[in-house]
Design a protein around this ligand. Structure first.
Ligand code: NAD
Ligand code: MG
Length: 395
């Protein structure tokens, strides 16, 4: 039995992970679950999966959960609180694999701790990798951790790579990576209407049901931008060898173009349980619970180039990865602030790329050679983005 820790168990990826784990009770033991503040869902998960440890962000909520568990006769679960506890549960000796499914920069330190401790790291939290870049990949290489991508595109690419491939390795037989993108809800909306789109419209993704932040990222295509950076790191590729292809149906999850002209694609229903099950079972395979792909109902697969005038976030991400150093961390922090402000109805949808562009133009990136340097760049960019957003609000 493998011990598993799920960082962010109450989110979209966390819930899908537990769904897959529940199908294979003989293979997995849930050691630790963590949540930001969704106490009710974490309580239900405690009763169902009987973890040894759970972590909530605030001590007040942790105390409430202790009382509820005790009233339910469940006293063996240790309830912890705070960011440090996330790192502690990620490195427990009884944990073999860590699902990194916290959204945003908050996931960086526990995910890095898991990598340093040589765990199997199932990486959904792309922001952690984008921020820490090569530092993260170096930690994986030196600890001997196994890094398995959960993001559907990167999982697809991993599946299309040579059989003995491991993340971070250079694959000389690969010419290009083709990263597919659905185009999100605003692919065809007239450009002058983008100014007035609401958070509810932005999170209504045509093919996937996901957390709110990544749904907005999909609408701006910053999600694809972060994924380009993620692909460069995971597959040791120069940015010019990672090409984005808009593919409306989300059936092909990405493709690998080999030097001999062979192009391998991974296909499946748009259901995150497929990449999650792939990574959990790797190198074996098992049932994920996903519906089999019905090509007759799909009927048609379309491809087009992304329109960079509509999706300037994608250009900003290419710019950030080319600039290197702490620029991807600056891009990510500015995006997190801008998306949260948009979701709070503080700024317009079109102010998201504007805020990120402002931060990238006014903050000089430094070397991303220590985690402190990355965290400092994150802090500076957040402060700059907050100030910019405040200026936009008063206009
Ligand atoms: P979500 O918002 O549904 O869930 C986020 C989880 O993180 C929750 O459990 C929440 O409690 C926890 N969390 C949030 N802020 C936290 C904090 N400050 N401290 C501790 N915990 C915190 O998000 P999601 O859609 O599940 O996405 C999670 C990650 O996976 C993101 O990085 C996203 O980009 C990536 N991802 C998601 C999907 C998807 O289909 N949902 C696909 C690919 C990649
Ligand atoms: Mg993705």
């Amino acid at each position: 039995m493998k011990g598993i820790c799920i960082l962010g168990s109450t989110g979209s990826i966390g819930v899908s992970t537990l769904d897959v784990v529940a199908r294979h009770p003989d293979l997995y033991r849930v050691v630790a679950l963590t949540a930001n503040n969704n106490l009710d869902r974490l309580y239900e998960q405690c009763l169902r999966f009987r973890p040894e440890y759970v972590v909530l962000r605030s001590e007040a909520q942790a105390e409430e959960l202790r009382e509820r568990l005790s009233a339910a006769g469940s006293r063996r679960i240790e309830v912890l609180s705070g960011a440090k506890s996330l790192e502690e549960v990620a490195v427990l000796p009884e944990v073999d694999g860590v699902m990194a499914a916290i959204v945003g920069a908050a996931g960086l330190l526990p995910t890095l701790a898991a990598a340093r401790a040589g765990k199997m790291v199932f990486l959904a939290n792309k922001e952690a990798l984008v921020m820490s870049g090569q530092l993260f990949m170096t930690e994986v290489a030196s600890s001997g951790a196994k890094l398995l991508p959960i993001d559907s595109e990167h999982n697809a690419i991993f599946q299309c790579m040579p059989a003995d491939y491991h993340a971070g390795q250079a694959a000389s037989s690969v010419r290009r990576i083709l990263l597919t993108a659905s185009g999100g809800p605003f692919l065809r909306m007239p450009l002058d209407e983008l100014d007035d789109v609401t958070p509810d419209q932005a999170v209504a993704h045509p093919n996937w049901v996901m957390g709110r932040k990544i749904s907005v990222d999909s609408a701006t295509m910053m999600n694809k931008g972060l994924e380009v950076i993620e692909a460069c790191l995971l597959f040791n590729m120069a940015p010019k060898r990672v090409q984005v292809v808009v593919h409306r149906q989300s059936v092909i999850h990405s493709l690998v173009d080999y030097v001999d002209g062979t192009v391998l694609a991974q296909m499946g229903s748009p259901d995150m349980r497929i990449p999650i099950a792939h990574a959990l079972a790797w190198p074996e395979r098992f049932d994920s619970g996903a519906e089999p792909l019905d090509l007759f109902s799909v009927r048609q697969l379309d491809f087009e180039a992304p329109d960079l005038s509509r999706f300037s976030c994608l250009s900003l991400a290419y710019e950030a990865v080319r600039a290197g150093g702490t620029m991807p961390a600056i891009l990510n922090a500015a995006n997190e602030v801008a998306v949260a402000s948009f979701l709070d109805h503080k700024i317009r949808f079109t102010a998201i790329p504007e805020t990120i562009g402002h931060c990238m133009a006014t903050i000089s990136p430094g070397a991303a050679d220590t985690i402190d340097a990355v965290l400092e760049a994150d802090r500076v960019a957040r402060a700059s983005a907050e100030a910019y957003v405040d200026r936009l609000r008063v206009q």
